[in-house]
Design a protein. Sequence first.
Lengths: 307, 146, 360
Amino acid sequence: MIVLLKMLVFPGFAFLFAAALAFDWIDRRMIALWHGRVGPPWYQPLADFVKLLAKEDIVTEGTHSVAAALLPIVSLASVLTASCYIPVGGTVGTSFEGDLIVVLFLLSLPALAYFLAGWVSTGVYSILGGHRSLLQYFSYEVPFLMAVACPAILSGSWSIATIAQAQARTAWHAAMLPVGFALALIGLIGKLKRDPLDIPKAKSEVVAGPLTDFSGRKLALWHLTMNVQTVLGIFLLVNLYFGESRFLDRMPALPVFGLKSVVTLLAMSTASALYARLRIDQLMDLGWRVLSPLALIQILGALWIGG
Amino acid sequence: MGPTDPEIREALGHLAQTVDAHIKSGMHDESVVRVTPEDLQIAVTILTDRLGVTHLSAITGEDLGGRLRLMYHFWHGRGVTLETELAADAATVASIVDLVPGATLYEREVHGMLGVVFEGHPDPQPLLLPDGWAGPPPLRKEATGG
Amino acid sequence: MARTTVPIGPQHPLLKEPVAFQIELEGERVAESSMRMGYVHRGIERLCQERTYVQNLHLVERVCGICSHIHATTFCQTVESLLGLEVPLRAAYIRALLCELERIHSHLLWMGVLARNIGLDTIFMYAWRDREVSLDIMEELSGGRVSHAVNVIGGVRQDIDSEQVQSILERLDALDQQLARLLDVVEHERSLRGRTKGIGRLSLAQARAYCAVGPVARASGLDIDLRRDALRPPYDRLSFEVPTHTDGDVWARTLVRMQEAVVSVQLCRDLLTGMPGGPVSVRAPRRVPPAEAIGRSEAPRGEVFYYVRSDGSDTPARVKIRTPTLPNLVTLPVQLGGVTMADVSVVLSGVDLCIACADR
């Protein structure tokens, strides 16, 4: 019963749904602040979601309709499954040694589904966007995985909850592995396909990339998946790099966690506002010539500090 | 800055000696030379080689009733226009695209709007007309009813 | 390698106006490109033949939304040439003032669009916010933000008083500072440079051969500017810089346009402070004698060319309009050769297409 409540309400689906909408709103307000605008009201993400649900679901001729219907569901399901293992302010659905690997796997399934969404659509923009999304995946995923592995190496455990708690004894991993945190953040921006790494869905180039032909309920699910992925990605990074701290253990855990997450989100929003979109070859250059070597160095650093 | 009036006059004088050209007056601040359609390419060559003109501003076409008038407006610090006339039912003239590559879209527009055939043009599609335009060229007298 | 054909247009998020490009990609590189225009062809040249000169004044202002005033001004100058009319100097100053304000607004609009197309929405917001200053000034002077109807044949419709001059000068100072900041960003922001430097190269020889005009030509080193070269009042009594560059890529064009906007602000100041007194229009005769005339001006995108022939009736026999986007479109296949798909949007943005102008 408790497990069911945890899964459905907190820190499960209902909480994630609310957090996804809230984070979207905070993101848009922060970017608007940088733009010198006001930004949307608090209910805008919810209104957008509801509106999309009500819109006509067009399936273009030649699209594999079963695949097109299943892909957003599979995407959403995989991120929601990943949420079982990610602690939120100390509360976690379940954890076991090695759940970090499972979460990383589950969080990279949406990337595959995204590519397949472009593959099963017939428009040229979808296919181009799909190509780019795979190229992008190979550029950010390697440094991201290595950067996420560093805290695990440092704390000697592959369970997210354990890594988060281990920082109470030592210090925040972000303080000990700052390069790792930066790399993980960049990798997360790539994973979430946010500006400046929204190359697969660059509006002025490939219209909407793999999702060009999606509309209505399917598109609503895709957007929800991306928003939930944003939330979970941030939660993951906060747990791994800004976990529990002995200086803050007197304060209530959930608000502190929320604050850390929001600050991370604001950092990502600022990156969105400040940089122009990279070209795919510029990203590949960056990923393989700068980020991956730095990640390797950080792993060595983690081994040295931990050992 | 472009050439002085004497330089232009000298070049146009040379043009008048080389081909059957007639220097017109009447346009304020613009030199106008009338040549025959056959001499058009030579006239353009004289302008580009002797006077160093490179900039073609526009090609104006007009249906004067029975004959079509083409004007090639060059700019070289001063305006220099080459004018030529074609018969409306035999509207063919050599293209100057290999002399002035920038003429390509202008010639296509005159082709579409007036039905002039530019021999040697690499892509003789009308520029602004809809696909499958079946009527007369829109600026011809039969189309404007003038 | 297999070729993919990517259609851009007639509707595409990249394009403000309908035009169709067919881009053939080999992998991610452009192998060939072709263009189809005429989607907004309204037959304005033909319509001009069926309307009086005064009606045509309002018609040609609607050739383009962004550079409406320069079209009306050039048409007026051409008709005034036909009539042998000399407009009062004060009218020429007021016309030029609006031309320069239009240049500022057009370049800032373009800057925003370029920024948006490369994913730098922040600069889009900042550039369009700064553009509001020039639009507000134009609205105060003429009653319209983008459609001014200031010209009459023989001068301008209304005068400007010293209070307006003062308030405009203050706002120009603020605009100057904002433009300086934008120029700083363009010159130093690495991600912007990374997306625009080296893209869409047009050499000086190519610019000359294709008769390119405006900032596209000036960015390739072709030093042409009809404000300075045609020696019409009031530009013949003002000294101003004409920014050029040598690289011929999109970044060079960005620099040229931003620097031109800065020069235009200074020109506005000079025009306001140096404006002579006198009437703002002369009476134009009712009948236009049979004659022909040519008018050339420097629009924000380059040379705009008008030819008008009158046959003595109250409608012109021929009005020929050649807008600056047309020769710049000829350079597109050259610019698009060998760039990646991502750069196509940068190149298309960099050439500052005004399809309504090109199609007429």
